[in-house]
Design a protein. Structure first.
Length: 147
């Protein structure tokens, strides 16, 4: 344990704290001393005990206000975290939906491509058949003309 000598309201005190916490304890005591002196200046000398009580009440009030703000920020952070989780879920759902749509479009594309190839082959056969019939007709017409 470490010992820290402090001066409060003109009096010396020796306080103990965990090793390594000396600076922190001194900082806290400086802040308490400032509050005490501010109240002493604002309210006058009401007596040390009463000023110590008012100082303690002020410090606790600030502590509780800070605690409320921290709790409110925790709630806000939790709400924000939930919104991000919801947004992430929506993004993944959207991605999954678009992947299904892409698969369906690819399937439709392949089916359309196959249909075009079949129609092209049918068209070429139709043209070939029509050309053969025209050729046969012309040959018959020429043969009949010659006979």
């Amino acid at each position: 344990m470490a010992n820290v000598s402090i001066k409060f309201n003109g009096k010396e005190f020796l306080l103990s704290c965990d090793d390594g916490q000396e600076d922190h304890l001194e900082e806290l005591l400086i802040q308490i001393n400032q509050k005490f002196n501010e109240l002493k200046n604002d309210l006058g000398n009401l007596g040390e005990n009463k000023l110590l009580l008012i100082t303690a009440v002020k410090v606790m009030d600030e502590y509780h206000e800070t605690k409320k703000k921290v709790e409110q920020k925790k709630i806000e952070l939790k709400n924000l975290s939930n919104k991000f989780k919801e947004l992430r879920s929506l993004i993944y759902d959207y991605r999954d939906q678009k992947e299904l749509e892409i698969k369906e479009l690819n399937k439709n594309h392949i089916e359309l491509k196959n249909e075009i190839e079949i129609n092209q082959k049918n068209y070429e056969k139709l043209i070939d058949d029509a050309a053969d019939e025209i050729t046969d007709f012309v040959e018959k017409a020429n043969f009949e003309k010659l006979s």
